[in-house]
Design a protein around this ligand. Sequence first.
Ligand code: MV4
Length: 445
Amino acid sequence: MFQRILVANRGEIALRVMRACREMGIESVAVFSEADRGAHYLEMADKKICIGPAAASQSYLVPKNIIAAAEIGDAQAIHPGYGFLAENSDFADICRSSNIEFIGPPHEAMAKLGDKVTAREIAVAAKVNVVPGSDGLITNEAQAIEVANRIGYPVLIKATAGGGGKGMRVARNDHSLKSGLSAAAAEAQNAFSNPGVYVEKYVEKPRHIEVQILADNHGNAVHLWERDCSMQRRHQKLVEESPAVNLPASVRQDICKSAVRLVKSAGYTNAGTVEFIVDADNNFYFIEVNARIQVEHPVSEMVTGIDLIRQQIRIASGEELNLKQKNVPCNGSAIEVRINAEDPDNEFCPSPGTITKLCVPGGLGVRFDSHVHAGYKISPYYDSLIGKLIVHRPTREEAIACMQRALREFVIEGVKTTIPLARKILANSDFREGKFDTTYVERTW
Ligand code: MV4
């Protein structure tokens, strides 16, 4: 087992990893940029090392600064958290060649699954449902038109190096397909230095269902059931929950088993999330793998009782999974709302500033994962996440009532937050009846 782990991240996820380390008797090395100097959460670490100026491009995103900090701090492993370098296969490879364990998947599996066309091919080989679409990259217009007319409009043009919704274009006829192809390729080249695009049948008003996976280096893999992340706005998740509401047990089993089959066939290890979309008839389709621990991981921790960061560290140290699938329960209902320092009355634009008052809710089944405190300054340099409020109760109805009570109690002053929006969603009858999909927020508000 590692003696010391460098946490190559900041904020709530850095604190989350440090907490797991401390409970495991592992020392932690925190890194911070000039903008995060003096942040209270850094005190949870045994050592803290400055890695550069405020700009992420000169600090949290610079592999050589992270590796240098790991060497100075004498860390045997690095946990990347989410965002920043977490899904950068080059960084994972640099860790390997620096003889520092990367707490995540092998860089080969990360690279393979990070390419969406390759990921689709792996899914097809593993007999996992994919959306009807092109057989590989689109290389010319005529091919695209042939594919679109074979699968039927509307179609979705996607960047193979993309993900998370970036660089997608809907086309509803040959004309918009042609213009969409060149626009998507240009955007993909610009954003990912890879213009490769592919085409899929556009599944209208899908639900976003993702499966949490843990896989060790000895061929064992388990799922920790599914999360429903359909309540989102412009690819920003607002509410996540487990189990998914109104999903037939047989479909849940198929989705979760498909996810395990896929990661095993890809040689994927450590924690990962297999993302699906589900149509109105409960047909599910593989979309992509998120090769990292995700913001919403606590939802799965609550219903299974499994500490995902602890499992990641155990797997990276070469230990066998101490979990059998039949012993991974899905108890009760967990709901998470993300609380961002954003102004809901101004297009949710970031609202950095100093938190002048903070009253955090508590009580049975209430968890708030956050690095902030009264007097904490929300930086304009990084994402606006203040923290995640998670509740866990025996039934979804009780969880909703608990979340509403907790949101009512919650006081954050000094910055605008998304708490009022969260209250609105939790009070919404369609949400409470499970009648929502990924287009609900845009359609309703
Ligand atoms: C789709 C889709 C519908 N049809 N693919 C791509 C990124 C991933 N995170 C979600 N993505 C989707 N892929 C096909 N063939 C719908 C989504 C999707 C989505 C698309 C547009 C706007 C918001 C969305 C939210 C969740 C899922």
